[in-house]
Ligand binder design. Structure first.
Ligand code: EPU
Length: 418
C-alpha cells in the first residue's frame, strides 16, 4: 500500500492533461462481451478499477492485450459462462454492468452483491427489476448471491423510478441483443451513455434516444466490434479546475471537453472565477476572492455528485457561508470530519447537507483517503494547506486517477509516493 507525502501551500502552474473517462471505460469493457470479434479500446485510463474490470473479463475466459499506454485489444470469443468471480465483483460496483451482456450471451449469470466505493447503500434493486422486465428469472440466496436466468432475453419496458447511471447502461447493453423492442423510461442522461450508444450503433445496434430520458432499443441478432476511443474524463477535468482554484494557481486543464462542464463552470463563475475556454482546454484565469455559493448535486447535466467533495474543499477557501446538499449518496459528506481536523469550519447538518464557513487556512495533517473522489478532494486540501500532509493508503485514489503524482509534479506540486 502506498502513501502520499505532500508539502502544501504553494502556487502551481502549467498544463494538467485529463485522462480517458473512467466511467466510460468500465462500460466499454463490458460492451466487449456483446461480440466475438476483436475490440480495440483507446484512451483507456490506467487505473485500478479498469484493471479489476479487465481481470473479471480474463477470469471469464477473455483475452486482454495491452498494445500501448491506454490501448487494449480485447477478444471475448472464448468466454463460456456468466459465473462472475465473487472476489473481484466485491471490489467494484461497475462489475454489475457486465451482467447485461453476459445474460444476453449465456442466458445465465451468477452475481454476488457488488462492492465499490463506500459512499452510501448502493442497492441493485433497479437492476433486478429491470432484468425481470426482460423476462429474466431472479433468485436471491442467503449469502447475497443473485442467480439470473432467461433462455433468451425478451425486449420489454423498463421504468426507472429513480435515475441510475449504471442501471441505464446495463439495461441498454442487455436490450441490444434481446428479442424485440426495449424501452427505457427515465433513463440517465450522462455523456458516457451517449458515447456507449454511439459505439454500439456503429457496430450494428439500433439504439435511439440516448442522452434523453427515453431510450428505445430494437434488438438485433448479432453485433460487430471495432475501435472505441474513450472521451476525456469530465469528472477529472472539473476536479483539476477546483484544484487550481483552491490552490490559487493558474493552470490549463488540457484534453478536456468543456461542453460537459457547463453547470459547474457557471457555478465557479458565480464564485468569481474566470476561464479562457477553447475547444479542448480550460485555462483557470482568475481565482482571487472567491465567494461562497450553495450547491445541490444532481444527475447530469446538473452539478455532479462525483465533484461534490472537491467543491466542498474549494468552498472552505471562499468568503461566506455555503450550503452543500448531496442528494445522490448518503455517505459522501462524512469526509468533512477530516477537513475540520485540517482547520475547516464545516457543520454536518445531516448525512446529506453541510454548511461551510470560509475562508479558513487549512493546515497539513496525516489523513486517509475514504474513496476515490473524497481522496482527491483531501489531496486538493493538502495542496492548499500550510505544511506537510501524509495521505495514508492511496489505493482509493489510484482506483480513479492515473499517474497522479507525475501529473501533479509537472505543475510544481510537492508530492511523493512512498
Ligand atoms: N440506486 C438504487 N437502486 C439501484 C441503483 C441505484 O436505489 O438499483 C440509487 C443509488 O443508491 C443512488 C442513486 O440511485 O442513490 C443513483 O445511483 P446510480 O445507480 O446512478 O449510481 P451508479 O450507477 O452506481 C455511477 C458512477 C458513480 C456516480 C453515480 C452517480 C459508475 C461506475 N459509477 O454509479 O461514480 O457517482 O453514477 O452519477 O459509473 C465514481 O466515479 O467515483 C462514482 C462513484
Amino acid at each position: 500500500m502506498s502513501d502520499f507525502i505532500i508539502e502544501g501551500g504553494y502556487q502551481l502552474s502549467g498544463k494538467l492533461p485529463v485522462a480517458g473517462a473512467k466511467n466510460l471505460a468500465l462500460k466499454a469493457i463490458a460492451a466487449s462481451l456483446l461480440s466475438k470479434d476483436d475490440m480495440d479500446l483507446v484512451n483507456v485510463p490506467e487505473i485500478e478499477d479498469v484493471k479489476r474490470q479487465f481481470e473479471i473479463l480474463e477470469r471469464l475466459g477473455a483475452s486482454v492485450n495491452k498494445l500501448a499506454k491506454g490501448v487494449y485489444k480485447v477478444n471475448t470469443s472464448k468466454v463460456s459462462s456468466g459465473l462472475m468471480p465473487r472476489d473481484l465483483v466485491n471490489k467494484l460496483r461497475a462489475s454489475t454492468v457486465l451482467t447485461g451482456p453476459l445474460l444476453a450471451r449465456f442466458g445465465e449469470v451468477e452475481l454476488s452483491h457488488p462492492g465499490g466505493c463506500k459512499i452510501g447503500r448502493r442497492p441493485i434493486d433497479l437492476f433486478l427489476k429491470g432484468f425481470q422486465s426482460l423476462g429474466v428469472e431472479v433468485t436471491e440466496t442467503k449469502d447475497l448471491t443473485y442467480k439470473l436466468r432467461a433462455k433468451k432475453l425478451k425486449g420489454g419496458i423498463i421504468v426507472f423510478p429513480k435515475i441510475s447511471v449504471t442501471g441505464t447502461e446495463t439495461m441498454m447493453l442487455a436490450g441490444v441483443l434481446a428479442d424485440g423492442f426495449t424501452k427505457l423510461i427515465n433513463a440517465a442522461l450522462e455523456p458516457e451513455i451517449v458515447a456507449l450508444a454511439n459505439y454500439l450503433n456503429s457496430q450494428g445496434a439500433r439504439i435511439s434516444g440516448a442522452g434523453t430520458p427515453i431510450i428505445n432499443i430494437e434488438g438485433v441478432k448479432e453485433l460487430g466490434a471495432g475501435e472505441f476511443i474513450m472521451m476525456p474524463d469530465r469528472i477529472e477535468a472539473g476536479t483539476f479546475i477546483m484544484l487550481a482554484l483552491a490552490t490559487n494557481s493558474q493552470i490549463t486543464v488540457t484534453n478536456c471537453q468543456p461542453e460537459h462542464l457547463e453547470v459547474p463552470l457557471s457555478v465557479w463563475r458565480d464564485m468569481g472565477a474566470e476561464f479562457d475556454i477553447s475547444q479542448n482546454e480550460i485555462l483557470v484565469k482568475h481565482w482571487k476572492n472567491l465567494r461562497a455559493v450553495d450547491i445541490k448535486t444532481h444527475e447530469y447535466p446538473g452539478f455532479v455528485t462525483d465533484m461534490q467533495s472537491s467543491m466542498t474543499v474549494l468552498l472552505t477557501q471562499a468568503t461566506g457561508h455555503s450550503l452543500v446538499h448531496e442528494t445522490i449518496f448518503e455517505g459522501r459528506l462524512f469526509f468533512t470530519d477530516v477537513l475540520n481536523q485540517m482547520g475547516a469550519d464545516i457543520t454536518l447538518c445531516d448525512p446529506h447537507r453541510v454548511i461551510i464557513q470560509g475562508p479558513r487556512q487549512l493546515e497539513g495533517r496525516t489523513i486517509e483517503a475514504p474513496d476515490a473522489r473524497a481522496g482527491l478532494a483531501l489531496l486538493t486540501a493538502a495542496l492548499a494547506a500550510k505544511g506537510k500532509s501524509i495521505i495514508k493508503n492511496v489505493y482509493p485514489i489510484d482506483r480513479g486517477y492515473e499517474f497522479l503524482e507525475e501529473r501533479l509534479k509537472n505543475i510544481g506540486a510537492s508530492i511523493m509516493r512512498v
